[in-house]
Ligand binder design. Sequence first.
Ligand SMILES: C[S@@+](CC[C@H](N)C(=O)[O-])C[C@H]1O[C@@H](n2cnc3c(N)ncnc32)[C@H](O)[C@@H]1O
Length: 248
Amino acid sequence: MSARAFIDEFKTIMHLTLPKRYGDRQSDRLDAFYAEQSSSYDLFRDRLLHGREQLMRAIPVPTGGSLVDMGGGTGRNLEWLGERLVSVASVTVVDLCASLLHIADQRIRSNGWQNVRTRLADVTTYAPPEGLVDAVTFSYSLTMIPNWFDAVENAYAILKPGGYIGVVDFYVSDKWPNEGMVRHSGFYRNFWPAWFGYSNVFLNPDHLTYLRRLFEMIRLDEKKGKVPYLPGLKAPFYLFVGRKPFSV
Ligand SMILES: C[S@@+](CC[C@H](N)C(=O)[O-])C[C@H]1O[C@@H](n2cnc3c(N)ncnc32)[C@H](O)[C@@H]1O
């Protein structure tokens, strides 16, 4: 690891472990948390936020269609769209944290992506100016949104009938999950919410239940991934792809 990467890594760990500064507004809390680690965000999160590449490869976006990445941060996910990115009419990275969107803007400029834009907005209320969109993604953002159900309902509202939603995020199972779903141990169901909760990341079995209730399920993977500096422990995450029904 280079000296620069080592310093960035150290700064990130300090921000994750030191007591958090709070604010009344979600945007203040996000800026307080991310402002000083925005330049090193991708380096650390590439080892923590598993399944993002699989999500972006799995989400169907028609040629000439539109995609909104809700809580898209630095725009890292767009790299995994690969050659499909040029066939899409518009991609919008929506986020409430200006410092992370600044990195996304740099990425868009350096890649010369003409069809990608960023919007500083709250995903619980964001309304695309062009009207309904073809696909919406949330990667590790639902767990950071206190009123997450508003975010899911807004995604539903801005999707065309038959449009797709893709979500990848940390979670823990219910104590008694529905048949066919993974059941996590009592240790997992208590440890991970407490560990992530310290960084204002709130794991909740209801996210998946609510997604399954609103959308037709196309794909569900329930997995566990390594966490940097926690040897022997793996954090549970899911990958969900669903479709907004044509008629309710
Ligand atoms: C863990 S980061 C994930 C970022 C990115 N999706 C990724 O996979 O790297 C969570 C993101 O959600 C954003 N966020 C949290 N609450 C939000 C809200 N109400 N509206 C928009 N973005 C929000 C944060 O600013 C942050 O960029």
